[in-house]
Design a protein around this ligand. Structure first.
Ligand code: NDP
Length: 240
């Protein structure tokens, strides 16, 4: 029987690449999304990967979503990729409270909600993989991103602690910290700022979705069974 994989925010951007790469690696994949149904439906048509809508920042929604996905698989989730994320950038002295809360809920609390719901079964079956998508800006901080950097740094601490809790249960928990990757999220950055960012990347370019997806496939694989609690930086050589 194929192992099952659930990717949050798995229908566009980096998540779509992760979903497709896991499918190509032989997993049965489900992709979550939030509101962009048109893109999710197109993704499903193109890939055959089943798509499920729920808001990962809401625990009750996550519970309903996981139930739907498990019913669809006819079994529990073996691989969870906590990828869904948003930015709401501004300098702290101008940051609306709701933008802080929204980013923490979507980028950090979601990882707890989703993990909380799959971990009991992973512990019972003595196998599981949780891969959390952090960010270079969670590792080193970024102007205008106190909310995002706090959430993404939180993901790294969460990963380390959960890895220790599960290490003797056949479950690995790791993070991937992408550098700048060409997606809708970074296309929203002003052109002149994007050029300046590129100058700071030793490889001399933004990364592509596939380069993150392959790191996730590796961490999900049996070959990575002795790697847990780590953060894999996939960032074109940026010094951290
Ligand atoms: P995109 O904006 O391209 O896609 C985000 C995805 O997350 C979408 O599928 C979106 O769903 C989903 N999503 C957002 N909010 C929710 C929610 N509340 N519930 C469920 N799904 C949600 O982002 P990227 O592909 O660029 O980023 C993916 C991850 O990688 C994020 O965690 C991001 O922080 C991280 N990252 C990205 C970098 C980059 O350079 N792009 C660099 C470092 C880290 P919908 O389609 O419905 O809107």
């Amino acid at each position: 029987m194929k192992k099952t994989a659930l990717v949050t925010g798995g229908t566009r951007g980096i998540g779509s690449g992760i979903s497709k790469a896991l499918q190509a690696a032989g997993y049965e994949v489900a992709a979550n999304y939030n509101k962009d149904k048109a893109t999710a439906d197109k993704f499903h048509e193109e890939t055959g990967i089943s798509v499920f809508s729920w808001d990962v920042s809401n625990f009750d929604d996550c519970q309903r979503g996981i139930e739907e996905v498990c019913n669809h698989f006819g079994k529990s989730v073996d691989i969870l990729v906590n990828n869904a994320g948003i930015t709401k950038d501004s300098m702290l002295h101008k940051m609306p409270v709701e933008d802080w809360i929204k980013v923490i809920n979507t980028n950090l609390n979601s990882a707890f909600f989703m993990s909380r719901l799959v971990i009991p079964t992973m512990r019972d079956q003595k196998f599981g993989r949780i891969i959390n998508i952090s960010s270079v800006n969670g590792v080193k901080g970024q102007v205008g991103q106190t909310n995002y950097s706090a959430a993404k740094a939180g993901i790294i601490g969460f990963t380390k602690a959960l890895a220790l809790e599960c290490a003797n249960k056949g479950i690995t928990v790791n993070a991937v910290a992408p550098g700048y990757i060409a997606t809708d999220m970074t296309n929203a950055i002003r052109e002149d700022i994007r050029e300046k960012i590129t100058q700071g990347i030793p490889v001399g370019r933004f990364g592509n979705i596939e380069e993150i997806a392959q790191a996730v496939v590796f961490l999900a694989s049996d070959g990575a069974s002795f790697i847990t609690g780590t953060t894999l930086n996939v960032n074109g050589g940026q010094y951290l």
